[in-house]
Design a protein around this ligand. Sequence first.
Ligand SMILES: C[S@@+](CC[C@H](N)C(=O)[O-])C[C@H]1O[C@@H](n2cnc3c(N)ncnc32)[C@H](O)[C@@H]1O
Length: 267
Amino acid sequence: MSDTAKSFGYKWDRWKDICYSAPVMEEIREEFIEMFELPGWAEPRSVLDAGCGLARYREFFPAGTIYQGIDLSTAAEIARKRYSDRPDTKIDRGDLMNLRRDRLHQPDMIISVGVLHHLPNTEKGFMHLASLLKDGAELCVSVYSRKSQMREFLDDAIRRQTTKMSYEECFEVAAALAATGRELTKAKVMIAGMSLQRFIYWNVLKCYHNEEFGDDYSECVMFDWLSPPYAHSHTGGEVRSWAENAGLVVESFRSSGAAHWIRARRS
Ligand SMILES: C[S@@+](CC[C@H](N)C(=O)[O-])C[C@H]1O[C@@H](n2cnc3c(N)ncnc32)[C@H](O)[C@@H]1O
């Protein structure tokens, strides 16, 4: 099993309950619709979720929409069990780079949320998913955005070490950084219109903490950041150029501080 598969297998198994919890599901559903600009979208008849993890996005499509998910890690097995009684849902364990167009259920939409930057080469992953699109079908991808120089420098320096640690050691670092984020939120200081915690988070050090979801979820997010072997970041220009070079028409492009979200169609 690859290190990427092992790292995500550990994450999903350890934190599956909180990742499936109602408040987290509501947050990622809102983000999915808002960032891909999907309100009022014509619901696809068939969706491929490339790097589906626990297949949480299955919930955002109605029963009857054919959902195919693929994931490299054991999360695929957890998700397969969860949806075992659903004839409209098929989940496989495998590498999205091995997907072949003629063996797919001709999806109207391919989604890949927070996945491709974990491949050895993000652009190759994007091009591969684009090559699977039939005419008229859409590709919805989100990838990490490039941060400030200082944040990128520290991210690299920290990840160079944490990616080599055991998962328990890496968890200790994740917990320490989540606790740092929690403590910083107590300092009632504003910088450039942001709280001190937000300012440091975006410009200096990833120290995620979400008060509403609590320590457990915050540690999960930090582990997800520190452990996988690849976590590339990209500029918006890079992401747009991949879509254009793949011959796709960009329907929507949005950037949050954390990621770029692109929806593009093969016309
Ligand atoms: C951050 S998680 C996102 C999961 C899911 N899209 C979600 O948002 O809930 C990234 C996922 O990509 C999967 N992954 C990474 N490389 C992959 C590959 N080459 N093929 C299939 N899945 C992959 C990992 O196993 C992991 O579950």
